[in-house]
Write a protein that binds this ligand. Sequence first.
Ligand code: R1P
Length: 289
Amino acid sequence: MEIKSSELILNPDGSVYHLNIKPEDLAENIIFVGDQDRVERISKHFDSITFQTQKREFKSQTGYYKGKRFTVISTGIGPDNIDIVMNEIDALANIDFNTRHIKKEISTLNIVRIGTSGSLHKDIPVNSFLLSEYGIGMDNMLHSYLSEAVCDKILEEAFMEHTQWNPIMGRPYAVSCSKNLAAKLKSNNIFEGITATAGGFYGAQGRILRLPIQNHSLNTQLESFNFNNKRITNLEMETAAIYGMSKLLGHNAVSMNAIIANRANGTFSEDPYAAIDKLILYTLEKLSK
Ligand code: R1P
């Protein structure tokens, strides 16, 4: 069935609406970052850059690192942006923009987020690295889709019981990373755990400035949660949405986190850029193998 112009919006030059990318300019290996200024912190390591564009917060560069082709895309902040970026990169790979039909052969993309995040435990210090084995989304974005098949119901139920989850906040969703892609990225030097993804930065992550919040105990409840000896290690704003959309669309995804804040002891990295630069090089090296 032909996908109408109002549903898959293309720019006059044939690029996809928000990302401004044409199908031939998207690599199969994709790196997401939140901050648009982080795109060049990655591409400065490339052998060459063959394409670049920016619209709004979505800045993209495609190039080669040690002979392997990558596209780096900044997603901006939050799960709502992940809905846009995931749908548009999938359309670039799997919808024929000329006929507006889904391609017969569906391609799989490899997506790695290199993000910043806050640790919930004193023993996961600032400047350490963490691979998200699972994402628990507290943001509801995934519920627009028929997502049950990719979600871990047992983990979700345990999480809701432990946090005495208020239904007014919607239902949390839990999705795992791609085991194969994670195997490439693991090492003894990095922590692993469940990443909680929030739909906001302040109240949604238990920060109180002037407004009273729904759940004062959120961070201590997240910290004390244990599921089959896995703990919720950190809080950020994209991982669960990326995992959910990737699983639904048939792509591989892993989220790598530079821990720049420690919510348990109230510390913040003195040099967050050094931490993220180290994680960028670590990740590029692992992915280039
Ligand atoms: C909040 O400051 C932002 O920083 C974190 C959060 O997930 C959120 O996007 O990640 P990035 O540094 O990748 O944007």
